[in-house]
Design a protein around this ligand. Structure first.
Ligand SMILES: [Zn+2]
Length: 251
């Protein structure tokens, strides 16, 4: 029963009884887990301000009989700017909800951890947080193998550069050129060539440089809705934070 020390981002916490907390987190070495922090609501020494959602921490864990015990947690980065701005806060909460719903439990994925950490950093500092969330979702879906190849018309096989307008059926994963438009309501995203080229770049550019890509302001809302629909199809439900972001007219 050896202790494990790892970096982790807190995804969700829930009070248990008088003194304890159940904490779900995504860690660098163990992936997504839920663990019990005994006495967390009383012990200021072991858990000082370090179990808040969207915080980056250094955590010490022990796994005993398939239960995870959080022995200590030390705050590395609270991303304070996220907590002072409603738009940034809900977008960060959406990142956590996507990790809660779409990552497998107990499977370490370093590329997902790196993406989570760097996304929270950019969400708290970038002047255009909605652009950050689009890049995050594309990158996350690509890393999980959820994003189809978007490089030719599925009907005539024409390459991207051959058409200025495209239809992407987010549930079927098919892409078609301007000569072969698709029907399908909100599941069909009508995209211009520039947005598709950026989608392609956002999956190929190294993680530290991907944040330079900027989707056109008037395309962001549409793309956000399309990606939200794609995630709903995979999770089988509408995520709460998508609803909150839409309700607050942040997009
Ligand atoms: Zn075509």
């Amino acid at each position: 029963m050896k202790a494990i020390t790892t970096r982790a981002v807190i995804l969700k916490t829930r009070d248990l009884g008088e003194a304890d907390r159940l904490v779900t987190f995504f860690s660098q070495s163990e992936g997504r887990l839920a663990g019990l922090a005994k006495g967390a609501r009383k012990s200021r020494r072991r858990f000082v301000n370090s179990l808040e959602p969207c915080s980056l921490v250094q955590m010490t864990l022990r796994v005993r009989k398939s239960l995870v015990w959080i022995e200590a947690s030390k705050l590395i980065e609270p991303y304070a700017a996220l907590r002072m701005d409603l738009e940034r806060w809900f977008l960060a909460a959406l990142v956590c909800e996507i990790f809660l719903e779409m990552t497998p439990e107990g499977e370490p994925q370093e590329k997902w951890f790196d993406l989570l950490e760097v996304t929270l950093k950019h969400l708290s500092s970038d002047r255009e947080p909605l652009n950050v969330i689009l890049l995050f979702i594309l990158r996350f879906l690509d890393a999980g193998g959820y994003l189809p190849a978007l490089d030719e018309c599925h009907v005539c096989k024409a390459p991207l550069q051959s058409s200025r307008f495209w239809c992407w059926h987010t549930r079927k994963g098919s892409l078609s050129c301007g000569k072969h438009p698709l029907q399908g309501g909100r599941q069909v995203l009508k995209l211009d060539l520039g947005s598709l080229v950026l989608i392609d770049l956002s999956r190929k550019t190294p993680l530290d440089r991907v944040w330079r890509h900027r989707f056109a302001q008037d395309k962001r809302s549409l793309l956000f809705q399309g990606l939200a629909d794609m995630i709903s199809a995979h999770t089988g439900k509408d995520l709460n934070c998508f609803k909150m972001v839409q309700k607050l007219c942040l997009i």
